[in-house]
Ligand binder design. Sequence first.
Ligand code: GTP
Ligand code: MG
Length: 315
Amino acid sequence: MAVADENLNTLVDFRHQRVFRAQRGQNGMGRQMSGRGGEDCVIRVPVGTEVVGTETAESLGDLTAHGQRLRVAAGGEGGRGNVHFKSSVNRAPRRATPGHEGDARELRLELKLLADVGLLGFPNAGKSTFIRAVSAATPRVADYPFTTLHPHLGVVRIESDKSFVVADIPGLIEGAAEGAGLGIQFLKHLSRTHLLLHVVDMAPQDDSDPVQQVRAIEAELEQFDARLLQRPRWLLLNKLDLVPHEQRAQRAARIVADLGWTAPWFAISAAVREDTWDACLAVQRFFDAERKAREEAAAAAVDLRFAAHGDEAGA
Ligand SMILES: Nc1nc2c(ncn2[C@@H]2O[C@H](COP(=O)(O)OP(=O)(O)OP(=O)(O)O)[C@@H](O)[C@H]2O)c(=O)[nH]1
Ligand SMILES: [Mg+2]
């Protein structure tokens, strides 16, 4: 039995213990006693864990809420006691069945973060700086690549009852899909997000070109999972503060035009928190609209059902 536990954040405990055994069922006994069923073995996993059967590679389920339980293998059944074999002929049977071993099953646990928004970008683009600017999360920020080695989550609280979760993941570089840099292993954390924020350094100190950098990340995404490219993705043109005032609008407009970018984009400075909040408000509006559309679709489905029943009644 796997149980989601919000107090756990990682699967590291499973490095040490890899085999879990539920109890074997007890044998059946005399005196009208059946053997007890084997006790379930409870495995605590972080919220967001997906359990996959290794043999079939089939997902057995997602544990997405604290306390949610998933039966991944059955414990041993108890044996039946002699009373089950009693008949009019044999009133004191000496028979009972043995208890059984439980299922043995090889499983793979995969932890996927439950974030609404995923940050994406080259190392040093300013992803961690952004999440620090807009949430209470405090991932390390430094001027060398691969400062972030593990994903971090930050909650962006817009109003008391409106918030969304952003995942900061390690930077990607060209060739990540083939394992360069920290590789692309972290992209799986983006699989459940609804919106990607692609952070780009719009004022690179070397001669790299922001447009090229966006294209490079897109190519990695496509290689990893083309569906990620279909996901809504907005641009955060970061480090605006490094661009002289009079060039800002023009520089941003040129990048957007060169990319042929049609989705929303924002020129921001994560370091001095310029326009970072505007971007977050837009993200919240995106989720509000998404929720409204979902609710309307659900309401329309109900209407249709009523209409269908109405027709039946009329016929
Ligand atoms: N001037 C300026 N510097 C910034 C801004 N945002 C980030 N930086 C700097 O850029 C460097 C990298 O920032 P990080 O937030 O660590 O970048 P990251 O994208 O998380 O990098 P990795 O974790 O290595 O992938 C740090 O030195 C930051 O201080 C910004 O808006 N303006
Ligand atoms: Mg970082």
